[in-house]
Write a protein that binds this ligand. Sequence first.
Ligand code: GN1
Ligand code: MG
Length: 371
Amino acid sequence: MKPAQIAEQFNVAGRLASIRPTGSGNVNDTYLAVFRTHFSEERIIIQRVNGHVFAHPEWIMENMSILTNHCHKQLKAESETADRIWQLPRIVPCRSGQDYFRDENGECWRALTLIASATSFDVAQSAEHAQEVGTVLGQFHRLLSTMNPLSLRDTLPGFHETPKYLEKYDAVLETESARELSESSMEVRNLIRFVEDRREFAYVLQNAQDAGELHIRLIHGDPKVSNIMIDDDTFKGTSIIDLDTAKPGLIHYDFGDALRSLCNRQGEETKDVGKVSFDLILCEAFVRGYMVHAGSFLTDNDKKYLYDSIRLITFELGLRFFQDYLAGNVYFKVKSPEQNLHRAKIQFKLCESIETRKRQINELLEQVFTS
Ligand code: GN1
Ligand code: MG
């Protein structure tokens, strides 16, 4: 079925005027559809959920409706004291009443409302923008902190458990094709060494959880800068989108992931790996924004592991890209066979930059906490 035919399956008033690809996701395919009646226009996001990644797309939809219902209810109760409009995507059901639609190949499609009058950016625009990104993630975590962590299903087992990625990586290193790649490429051998040097570190959050210092809560799972929507009129953060990976987990992975993506001014796909570094000004602005809401749920033990979380998630993403490259690019969408290798180099360069700035990052965290 063509995307236009898929779009017709959803319960939207009017006639489909246009549909075109949008966004820069590495996993799902996303389209923007415009429907028109004589009097109005509706813009809807239509997505094909990647069935190789998400074994149970129906669980994603179930999670999404539980989560958005909870947040909408809480936001409504707080609306009188809110300093801004908070929005979350809503599910647009199919004409049949279901939350998603399966095409003739068994692929799962769903439709969501577009966040009105707002824009997201692939890289940080300014310190003010970084502060808004922090405010949105802090607000989201605060809203989720009043939910039972077990109220959402685990849509992606092993997602953001760094030791599990290490196991997968070890298995792929044993394969003939990975061995050939490492024998023929100095670059690949350098990355293998990079991972080896950080093998023990990969367990840092897992160990803290096993020791009872950190606890499972609900997380977003993918709070990169491009998933935070900024209001076009006020320039305040208004929404966090891409709720597919919301599930029980450690919020540290979210905190680290937002900073990993925000503080790399070159972006995740830059050609110039040499220029990649971790920006401290953006980091401080983000943490200030995050703490506006996070003061109500962050414990002292949580604070102890924030630096590690930034370093760890950056290492983890580099490891995931590298593992996928060695496995033949089966998970992340690529435009060329070397793209995942290049993406891994970028994340590992960023990880090194985070390591060299450890003292400054810890100092700025302390400063924000005590101010
Ligand atoms: C993937 O598809 P997208 O861009 O929303 C990935 C994230 C990574 C991100 C890096 C389900 O997200 O974990 O951080 O790429 N999502 C999944 O850009 O694996
Ligand atoms: Mg995502």
